[in-house]
Write a protein of this length. Structure first.
Length: 361
């Protein structure tokens, strides 16, 4: 019967797996790392809080897609918490951690990744439901969206706790990984392959939806008069989503590949030399998302800017913001969704004021 090592500190496992814990991170270098990480974490907290507040405050965002987008921002906010905890429990400190504290450190990171991943998958399903039915927004009710959001976090917490629940190497140190000294290599293979497969599925789904919307928009363009940019408003929403997904895949794929190589026990891959850079790349994803939201959606940026400036929303501001091109089409009385054909025509009608203003300017 194998002996279990629940009462050991992490230095025991790091020495067994010969894992580098960056003992050289002392003095100015350690201070620099902490300052750098603190700056980005503060930006993550503030920017993602603004995204959530914008969705709550602006009634134009009261649709299933934007509720899920706000939940994605909440996942990034949670990732910021995980990175703060990691900053003060990494480097030389890693060896002094108890097993439970180390599980908590990694569990927070795994939970934040899973929350973002599952949320993007749900958004993909929501986009597929709406676009394939020729609607800009799906028929999901607030109750169903709330249930989906709760389910996303339940799945994320469970996946983050799986190693703690038993899939670890505390009772068989011969199968311990190098990057995660108390995770079994089989778990790292499962974790990385699962995430990479979901990445691939989502990319395929979004490309299919994007091609369908673009083809449908081009067909309708020949039967609709007005500004080309207005006719392609449905495509703008998909570009925003695909940009977010692309950033997520680019930022997380290298780290997952490294975990997969470690799970496959690749001793000549030099994974210890790149692990910190790939972790930093994953951190940048939570920084990039709020920037993408505000850059791709002018209505989102206008709402966030008003909150930053603490200015009141008077009628003149509302009229100016309504003339800003947005990924959200003019709202109709049908709250269940907007038809693409109707949305294109409405976008053209609503765009007359813009065209007139531009002509006068």
């Amino acid at each position: 019967m194998n002996e279990c090592y629940y009462d050991k500190r992490m230095d025991f496992f790091y020495n067994k797996t010969k894992t580098d814990t960056a003992d050289e991170w002392t003095g100015p270098q350690l201070i620099g790392v902490l300052c750098f990480g603190t700056f980005f974490c503060l930006f993550i907290f503030i920017s993602n809080s603004l995204v959530i507040a914008a969705v709550v405050k602006n009634k134009r965002f009261h649709f299933p897609f934007y509720y899920l987008l706000a939940n994605l921002a909440a996942a990034d906010f949670f990732a910021g918490i995980a990175y703060v905890f990691l900053m003060f429990n990494t480097g030389p400190v890693s060896k002094t951690l108890t097993v439970n504290r180390w599980f908590l450190r990694q569990g927070l990171l795994d939970t934040s990744l899973t929350a973002s991943l599952v949320n993007l998958l749900v958004i993909a399903v929501e986009r597929h439901m709406s676009i394939m039915r020729m609607k800009i927004h799906s028929n999901l009710t607030k109750k169903r969206v709330t249930f989906l959001i709760i389910s996303i976090w339940a799945i994320a917490i469970f996946m983050g706790a799986v190693p703690t629940l038993g899939w670890n190497c505390l009772c068989d140190i011969t199968v311990c990984s190098s990057l995660a000294p108390i995770y079994s290599r089989s778990y790292l293979v499962f974790w990385s392959v699962l995430n990479l497969v979901v990445f691939f599925i989502m990319v395929v789904v979004y490309i299919r939806i994007y091609m369908y919307v673009q083809r449908k928009t081009n067909v309708l363009s020949s039967h609709t008069s007005g500004s080309i940019s207005r006719r392609r408003t449905p495509v703008k929403l998909m570009k925003t989503v695909m940009t977010v997904l692309g950033a997520f895949v680019v930022c997380w794929t290298p780290g997952l590949v490294v975990l997969l190589l470690d799970g496959l026990n690749c001793t000549d891959c030099g994974i210890q030399n790149v692990k910190r850079w790939f972790l930093l790349l994953a951190l940048l994803n939570s920084v990039m998302n709020p920037i993408i939201y505000s850059y791709k959606d002018d209505e989102m940026w206008a709402t966030m800017k008003r909150m930053i400036c603490c200015s009141s929303e008077d009628k003149s501001q509302e009229r100016r913001s309504s003339r800003i091109p947005s990924t959200v089409l003019c709202r109709s009385t049908d709250t269940s969704g907007h038809y693409i054909e109707d949305g294109i025509i409405q976008g053209t009608i609503c765009g007359k004021g813009d065209l007139g203003d531009k002509g006068n300017s």
